[in-house]
Design a protein around this ligand. Structure first.
Ligand code: NAI
Ligand code: MG
Length: 328
């Protein structure tokens, strides 16, 4: 299988090295092909997402993406749309040994990935600017169904839709009504809804009332960082962009220029992201082993500075690989 690898900018490159070192320990016959995109690509080629990179992604079996910097909208948001990876799956799961606000929390955010305010339809004239929010029945039903199917597959009990249909009466109502319709097809899974603002309070004060969250693109972007914060931060938050054809796997975090080049980025998010890719490609046992190796390492108190530890990116990666070898 051919994997298009885009390390990107900032810590994207650092955490990608770690994830590839871990994957390299598994003998899976994956071919990694490297492509450029991001702020540096823009400087070099005049395009943040060079055509060659886009074409290679379309022809690959999966895309493994690190992070882009200021060009994120032109790179990853565009890639998600070009490849029609309509479902952005963002688990927020407390890892054993990570000091966090809510040990034991295990929720999944399913974010619609192709429309909403991130469609890129922005216009400006005479001191005013407009962004058009596109919400369709088709994409709303598709993402709602994806969320319920995920709940069924993972044995989860409840799907909660987040929206603001009291204010955005047209767009959010289309989304809300689609969720309500689809919910009726899944009698064994509970369904409820909250307005996005109230949901943010509940997420901070009582996140255990959530199981699977389904929401539109921008709300999903915001609440997935919030949820990451409940379980230990962006350093451990993986994500998958699932489509009918090629899927894209990327950590929730960005290029983190504030810590880039210091060798202290936490590669956990990227390593767990690559485990999500393995699972998607059918390497279930290997995915579990990678996840166990990461958990075991962290539970033994070996962590990077964001989790209160002292290990550098490379030292933590070595520990994960050592633990993985013991598991084999
Ligand atoms: P960010 O996600 O890069 O970082 C937010 C905070 O979390 C920073 O304090 C950072 O040090 C910390 N952090 C993130 N990942 C970490 C890790 N693996 N280990 C330890 N600490 C970690 O978001 P920010 O700072 O708002 O954006 C920085 C750049 O990244 C911007 O240029 C932005 O456009 C871009 N970005 C790209 C994304 C993408 O490519 N998917 C997503 C979000 C931001
Ligand atoms: Mg984000």
């Amino acid at each position: 299988m051919r994997i298009a690898v885009i390390p990107g900018d900032g810590i994207g490159k650092e955490v990608m090295d770690s994830a590839l070192a871990v994957l390299g320990e598994l003998d899976l016959g994956l071919e990694f092909e490297f492509y450029e995109a991001g702020d540096e690509a823009l400087k070099k080629y005049g395009k943040a997402l060079p055509d060659e990179t886009l074409e290679a992604c379309k022809k690959s079996d999966a895309v493994l993406f690190g992070a882009a910097g200021e060009t994120a909208a032109d790179v990853i948001v565009r890639l998600r749309q070009e490849l029609e990876t309509y479902a952005n799956v963002r688990p927020a799961r407390a890892i054993r040994g990570v000091k966090c606000l809510y040990p034991g929390l295990d929720i999944v955010i399913v974010r619609e990935n192709t429309e909403c305010l991130y469609k890129g339809w922005e216009f400006q004239s005479d001191g005013s600017a407009f962004t058009i929010r596109l919400i369709t029945e088709r994409a709303s039903e598709r993402i709602a169904r994806f969320a319920f199917e995920l709940a069924r597959r993972e044995g989860r009990k409840k799907v909660t839709a987040l929206h603001k249909a009291n204010v955005m009466k047209k767009t959010c109502r289309i989304f809300r009504d689609a969720c309500r319709r689809v919910a009726k097809e899944y009698g064994e899974i509970a369904f409820n809804e909250y307005y996005i603002d109230a949901a943010c309070m509940y997420l901070v004060m009582d996140p255990f009332r959530f199981d699977v969250i389904v929401t539109t693109n921008m709300f999903g972007d915001i609440v997935s960082d919030l949820a990451a914060g409940l379980v230990g931060g962006l350093g451990i938050a993986p994500s998958a962009n699932i489509g009918e054809k090629v899927s894209i796997f990327e950590p929730v975090h960005g290029a983190a220029f504030d810590i880039a080049g210091k060798g202290i980025a936490n590669p956990t998010a990227m390593i767990l992201t690559s485990a999500m890719m393995l699972r998607h490609l059918g390497f279930i046992d290997e995915a579990k082993k990678v996840e166990m190796a990461v958990e075991e390492t962290i539970a033994n108190g070996k962590t990077t500075p964001d989790l209160g530890g002292k290990l550098k990116t490379i030292e933590f990666t070595r520990e994960v690989i050592r633990t993985l070898k013991e598991l084999k």
